[in-house]
Design a binder for this molecule. Structure first.
Ligand SMILES: CC(C)(COP(=O)(O)OP(=O)(O)OC[C@H]1O[C@@H](n2cnc3c(N)ncnc32)[C@H](O)[C@@H]1OP(=O)(O)O)[C@@H](O)C(=O)NCCC(=O)NCCS
Length: 313
């Protein structure tokens, strides 16, 4: 069984004209158009990195020539491989089927893929809330976590550590939501995380954190947690799939835990190494990219590259 964990630091990527135009040629036309519509360069770069990570994975690990890869999205937005194989990110009935997922936030885009298990990944950067205080930010977010989770988050010694604990829990919840592919339609109070006793520090991959679903411990799921740097938390949810390839919920035996996998940081050259252009060069695409501001002013002021999570979620 295989595991892939890749990261690309788009936050420090300043693409040259030729890099950006090549990247744009190597993704599907509709994705190129979607990325072209982002107002901020940071968002365009993160989405571009995500598409390249996905295609590199399918090409190099699934052995499908770049030009034959056709990625589509589920009705809720989860990317899957539509052709040439009938194997998707919702996995397939074969035990060796690959499942994959993508996340981008802060400075990084990350891809996690696993054979035989359903995968969801989420990366969160620990940032101070933009306009409110930490207690006010937590108050707005009350409904996203259970009383037990809040007690853990708020027991951290400093506001910075409380925020780190908050984003760690957030990444865990999102990774699970992304593995099951439901997006916003899942009641987050149904899942409660009980953190691994060991401290999460850079260079470690923890897999002892447990999830409770409807107050029962879920043994069918494993959560790998790591830190790409001191303020980027990544959670990878790994779950058993049923015969139809969907993630299973409810009582099930624990999946055989894969060896904890660390993220490999790729350069742009590595990201694009196996790529084949799919479309003609489009010089106007660079002209448009060049006019984009890097990020919203308030993010640049705060020296961060992402906004806090949407308060309405
Ligand atoms: C897509 C969603 C599932 C995650 O989005 P996000 O955390 O803002 O963003 P991420 O960068 O982690 O993930 C985005 C990527 O996930 C993938 N994705 C999109 N929809 C998805 C879905 N339904 N399931 C799994 N993956 C999905 C895509 O690859 C997307 O990147 P792309 O559009 O560039 O291809 C989001 O729409 C959502 O519904 N989140 C739940 C919100 C919430 O209540 N969070 C509270 C947690 S405490």
């Amino acid at each position: 069984m295989g595991s892939v964990r890749w990261a690309f630091r788009f936050g420090s990527w300043s693409p040259s004209r030729s890099d950006w135009l090549l990247a744009a040629r190597c993704i599907q036309r509709e994705e190129k158009e979607r990325i072209g519509q982002f107002v901020f360069a940071k968002d365009a770069k993160s989405a571009m990195a995500g598409r390249l990570l996905l295609r590199r994975f399918v090409c190099e690990k699934m052995g499908i020539p770049w030009a034959e890869i056709r990625l589509e999205r589920s009705p809720r937005g989860k990317p899957y491989l539509a052709s040439p194989l009938k194997v998707s990110s919702d996995a397939g009935p074969e035990p060796s089927a690959w499942s994959f997922n993508l996340s981008h936030q802060g400075e990084y885009a990350v891809l996690a893929a696993e054979q035989g298990l359903q995968v969801g990944v989420d990366i969160m950067k620990t940032t101070m809330p933009g306009s409110s205080s930490v207690p006010e930010f937590f108050r707005i977010m009350t409904r996203q976590f259970t009383a037990y989770e809040w007690s853990v988050i708020q027991s951290a010694a400093s506001e910075q550590q409380q925020l780190a604990a908050f984003y760690r829990h957030w990444a865990l919840k999102e990774s699970f939501i992304k593995a099951i592919g439901t997006g916003l339609g899942f009641n987050l109070q149904r899942v409660e995380f009980h953190l691994a006793p060991e401290a999460l520090t850079q260079g470690l991959v923890l897999n002892q954190t447990k999830m409770h679903l409807d107050e029962e411990e879920e043994e069918g799921w494993i959560f790998e947690e790591s830190m790409l740097d001191e303020d980027h938390h990544v959670a990878v949810a790994l779950g058993l799939t049923d015969k139809a390839g969907s993630a299973t919920l409810g009582p099930s035996p624990p999946p055989p835990p894969p060896p904890p996998a660390t993220f490999t940081l790729l350069s742009f050259s590595e990201l694009i190494a196996s790529a084949t252009p799919l479309t003609e060069e489009d010089p106007a695409y660079w002209d448009s990219f060049q006019t984009k501001a890097q990020a919203p002013q308030r993010q640049r002021d705060a020296h961060t590259s992402k906004s806090p999570p949407p308060v309405s979620c």
